[in-house]
Design a protein around this ligand. Structure first.
Ligand SMILES: Cc1ncc(C[n+]2csc(CCOP(=O)(O)OP(=O)(O)O)c2C)c(N)n1
Length: 365
């Protein structure tokens, strides 16, 4: 069998031609013309979501956004491997995962606009709200999975995190606990080459996936810009989880084509040559070329995809701009399930501040 760390799984070359690797090709045998077109549509729509939200931030409508430009295939391929009962635990960059799980685009920007503590009801779609504390969601996923395992539920949980997060204690603890308790977790690391300005080779001198070996956990590296390969490896890993065979580590090799967040300027720490090199491996171009090779592209299909993307982007925009501004003091609601003295003190302090500001404004008017 081919070494899964030394030779990352790839089923599509950057020029769109297929690669035969039977162990994995067989896992996506059911993906015919309609399914290929649907994956392409997902890639285009989720890029559009990301571009629209980035524009909204630039126009002053969002406080911040964490673009996922370039990571669409890693997210779509893995999210489309999930079943409705599986649970995804995400960081702050998994907008395509949220979309594939059924999050309403109108709700995607709430947290980033500051109109709510979080975005959507996680239990309704089985994807958590964005976790800003790097790596924390690895432990949440493990705890949830341990519970599911004890309940005998045949589900998988998947924890999304970046290459940088693998240096966090939370991820190390999650890897250890999940092996000890045979928790059905898929650790899905999007190695997008950078943790803000820190390159991945500073993070780890060996492939990130190799870290799993220290825990005795099976691991695989995959071309993260190849949606079919990602779908295949995630199907295999989630199946292992569901049937009680324990956790798997996936390293999806991809690239963050944009800034870390809208507050970052990547030209200060990486070269335009590097960005150009990855542009040639764009996940959407690759899928476009495959569809072209296989005679699955036509004008009507492309127009339909564009129209769908436009409609979803419009929904995202109106959901952001049209969101009602909540009363300032509601920021203290729902922080704890019951009263908390420190929070009450802060609420009172802030109420006094607001009253003082209002008095000053009235006096000046
Ligand atoms: C516990 C913690 N430490 C530091 C930060 C600041 N921080 C935010 S994102 C980030 C880099 C994360 O990089 P990576 O895990 O590779 O994910 P990516 O942002 O590339 O998707 C850091 C250090 C944080 N949010 N939480």
């Amino acid at each position: 069998m081919v070494d899964k760390i030394a030779y990352p799984v790839q089923l599509l070359q950057p020029d769109g031609r297929r690669v035969l690797r039977p162990e994995y090709t067989n896992l996506v045998r059911d993906i015919g013309p309609d399914e290929l077109r649907a994956l392409y549509e997902d890639l285009v729509v989720t890029r559009r979501i990301d571009v629209e939200a980035t524009a909204l931030q630039r126009q002053g409508e969002l406080g911040l956004w964490a673009p996922m430009l370039g990571q669409e295939a890693a997210q779509v391929g893995s999210a489309r491997a999930l079943r409705p009962d599986d649970y995804a635990f995400v960081s702050y960059r998994e907008h395509a995962v949220a979309y594939c799980r059924g999050v309403d685009p109108a709700e995607m920007t709430r947290m980033w606009r500051g109109t709510a503590h979080s975005g959507w009801d996680p239990h309704a779609v089985k994807v958590t709200n964005p976790a800003i504390v790097v790596g924390s969601q690895g432990l949440h996923a493990t705890g949830y999975a341990m519970g599911a395992h004890l309940d005998g539920a045949e589900i998988a949980t998947i924890a999304y995190f970046g290459d940088g997060a693998t240096s966090q204690g939370d991820i190390a603890e999650a890897l250890g606990f999940s092996m000890s308790f045979n928790a059905p977790v898929v650790f899905f690391c999007q190695n997008n080459q950078w943790a803000i300005s820190e390159p991945v080779h500073l993070q780890s001198p060996v492939p990130i996936a190799q870290r799993a070996a220290g825990y005795g956990m099976p691991a695989v590296r995959v071309d993260g810009n190849d949606v079919l390969a990602v779908l295949a490896v995630t199907r295999q890993a989630t199946q292992r989880a569901r049937e009680g065979s324990g956790p798997t580590f996936i390293e999806a090799i991809t690239y963050r084509m944009g800034p870390h967040t809208t507050s970052d300027d990547p030209t200060r720490y990486r070269s335009s040559a590097e960005t150009a090199e990855w542009k040639a491996r764009d996940p959407i171009d690759r899928m476009h070329r495959l569809l072209d090779w296989e005679g699955l592209l036509d004008g009507a299909f492309l127009t339909r995809v564009r129209t769908t993307a436009d409609e979803i982007a419009a929904r995202l925009r109106s959901g952001a701009v049209g969101a009602p501004t909540p009363p300032p003091l509601s920021v203290f609601d729902h922080v704890y399930a019951s009263e908390h003295p420190l929070l009450e003190e802060e609420r009172a302090e802030y109420a006094a501040y607001l009253a003082a500001v209002t008095d000053t404004e009235e006096a000046l008017s």
